[in-house]
Design a protein around this ligand. Structure first.
Ligand code: MG
Length: 438
C-alpha cells in the first residue's frame, strides 16, 4: 500500500503540476519547463573557464538551427519560422547568418539588417537565444562595416540576455595573430563600449577549425568563446583532437555551424560520424547550431525544395538531414514528453514506446526490424552515462521484445527518474524515454 500511494502521488505530481514541483532524484539538466522559457531559466550567459554558464553559474548547452545565408534564403527569416523551430524542433538557439558579400549586407545593408532584426525580435518573443552572425569569409576587409553593424545591434539589443554576437563566421587560410585576432579585438572593443557583457563568438583560420592555434594566443577579453565548425563526412577525429587541445589550453568552444554531410554542404550524410560528434559535444558541454534551415537541393538543407517559409513542416517535407537533426534537438532539449522525435526512419526499423511507462519494477520494449542485422539497445541516464545494455547481437527481421528490470548491468537498483532507451541499427539510432518510479 505504501508503494502504491507513493507511486500515485508521484504520477499526479508529474502530470498535473506543470513540472514545477518534482520529487528529489528527478533531474532535468539542459531542459526548459513548460511555462518557463529557456532564456528566463538561464538568463545572461557568460564564459567560465572552458564552459558557457548560465546566470547561476551552471554549465549549459544550447542546441538549435542556423538559418542559411540571409541574401539567398531570406524568406525563412520570419517570426513564424522561428516559432516553429522553438515549438516543434525544441531549438533553444537560432542563428541568423547575415550574408555580407555576394549581394548581402555590403550592397543592401538596410535590407539585410531588417531580416536579422526580424529574427532577433522573434527569438526574444519566443524566449530563445539568437546568434547574430557576420557571415563573411573576408571580414578583415570589412572591419569598419562590421563595427558599424554590431554597434547598432548592441545599442538596440545589448540589454537582452538572448543576444549572442558572432563577429566572423569563417576566416579562410589567413593568419590568426596578424589578421583574425586584431580584427576580433577591434570589433569586440566596439561592442563592449555599448554592451559590456553578452557572449561574443570569434572565428579562427581555416573555416573556424584552427581553435588550437587561437588557444595558444587567446583574446584577452571576457565572455569570449571560439567557434569550431565541422561537416561530419569530411572533418573527423583530427578536428576533434584540435578541439580538445584548445579546451586543454583553456578556451571555450561553441559549434555555431555543423553539417551532417561533406564540407561542400552536400554529398553523403554520415550518420555514424554525426553520432560521434554529438557525443563529443555532449561530453564537453559544447553548444551547437546545425546548418541549415533552407530548401536548397543539397544534403545539409533541412528541408526539401518547396518547403513553406513559415514552418509547420510535416515530416514529408523534411530532408533526411532535417529528420535526423530535428530528432536530435528534441532528444537533447525537450524533457516534457516521452515521445522523442519523429517516427520517420531512413532505415528499416522502429522502436516503440516501452510499456508500462512510468514503470516499476520492469518494463517491456518492443521493436521491429525490416531486415536482419546487428542490434544494440542501451539504457542511458540523463547525464548520458550508460546504465545497462539490454540487446547486443545479430537478429532476424520481424518483431522483438526485451524487458528491462530497472536495474544497472551489475544488477544494482537505480534512482527514480528519466532514462533513455537507445536502439542502434545500421548506423542509425532511435530513442525513447522510460520513467522509473521506485
Ligand atoms: Mg548585455
Amino acid at each position: 500500500m505504501l508503494y502504491k500511494l507513493s507511486s500515485i502521488t508521484f504520477f499526479l505530481i508529474l502530470f498535473f503540476s506543470n513540472y514545477q514541483v518534482l520529487p528529489s532524484g528527478f533531474v532535468y539538466p539542459n531542459s526548459h519547463f513548460q511555462d518557463t522559457s529557456i532564456v528566463e531559466k538561464y538568463g545572461n550567459l557568460s564564459v567560465s573557464g572552458t564552459h558557457i554558464v548560465d546566470q547561476n553559474g551552471n554549465t549549459v548547452s544550447l542546441r538549435g538551427m542556423s538559418l542559411f545565408w540571409s541574401q539567398f534564403m531570406g524568406r525563412f527569416y520570419n517570426a513564424d519560422c522561428v516559432k516553429w523551430l522553438k515549438d516543434d524542433w525544441k531549438c533553444t538557439v537560432v542563428r541568423a547568418a547575415m550574408g555580407i558579400e555576394s549581394g548581402g549586407y555590403l550592397e543592401y545593408p538596410q535590407v539585410e539588417i531588417n531580416k536579422v532584426r526580424t529574427v532577433i525580435d522573434a527569438c526574444i518573443n519566443a524566449g530563445i537565444y539568437v546568434i547574430v552572425d557576420w557571415h563573411d569569409h573576408n571580414a578583415q576587409n570589412h572591419q569598419s562595416q562590421a563595427i558599424e553593424f554590431f554597434k547598432q545591434i548592441a545599442q538596440l539589443y545589448g540589454n537582452y540576455p538572448n543576444i549572442i554576437y558572432e563577429i566572423y563566421n569563417e576566416p579562410t587560410q589567413v593568419s590568426w595573430a596578424n589578421v583574425v585576432k586584431p580584427y576580433s579585438i577591434a570589433v569586440i572593443d566596439s561592442i563592449r563600449k555599448i554592451d559590456p557583457d553578452n557572449l561574443i563568438l570569434v572565428g579562427s583560420p581555416t573555416w573556424s577549425q584552427d581553435v588550437d592555434v587561437a588557444s595558444l594566443n587567446p583574446i584577452d577579453r571576457t565572455n569570449i568563446a571560439y567557434t569550431l565548425h565541422f561537416y561530419a563526412a569530411t572533418h573527423k577525429q583530427p578536428l576533434r583532437n584540435k578541439g580538445v587541445t584548445a579546451m586543454n589550453n583553456g578556451i571555450a568552444l561553441f559549434v555555431s555551424e555543423w553539417g551532417t554531410c561533406e564540407a561542400t554542404g552536400s554529398g553523403v550524410l554520415d550518420y555514424a560520424e554525426v553520432e560521434t560528434w554529438l557525443n563529443f559535444m555532449e561530453t564537453h558541454k559544447i553548444s551547437w547550431c546545425n546548418w541549415s534551415v533552407c530548401d536548397k537541393n543539397e544534403t545539409s538543407a533541412a528541408l526539401k525544395p518547396g518547403a513553406d517559409s513559415n514552418g509547420v513542416w510535416p515530416s514529408s517535407i523534411l530532408s533526411p538531414s532535417g529528420i535526423l537533426v530535428r530528432d536530435k534537438t528534441i532528444f537533447y532539449n525537450d524533457s516534457t514528453t516521452t515521445d522523442v522525435g519523429s517516427t520517420d526512419q531512413p532505415n528499416n526499423f522502429q522502436l516503440y514506446q516501452n510499456y508500462p511507462n512510468p514503470f516499476n519494477p520492469s518494463t517491456t520494449i518492443e521493436y521491429k526490424l525490416a531486415n536482419s542485422g546487428n542490434v544494440k539497445i542501451d539504457v542511458y541516464d540523463m547525464r548520458g552515462c550508460k546504465i545497462n545494455t539490454l540487446v547486443n547481437n545479430f537478429q532476424s527481421s520481424g518483431k522483438h521484445l526485451v524487458s528491462w528490470n530497472g536495474k544497472s548491468d551489475t544488477g544494482q537498483s537505480i534512482a527514480s527518474g528519466v532514462y533513455f532507451l537507445n536502439l542502434s541499427f545500421q548506423n542509425y539510432n532511435q530513442y525513447k524515454k522510460a520513467i522509473l518510479i521506485n
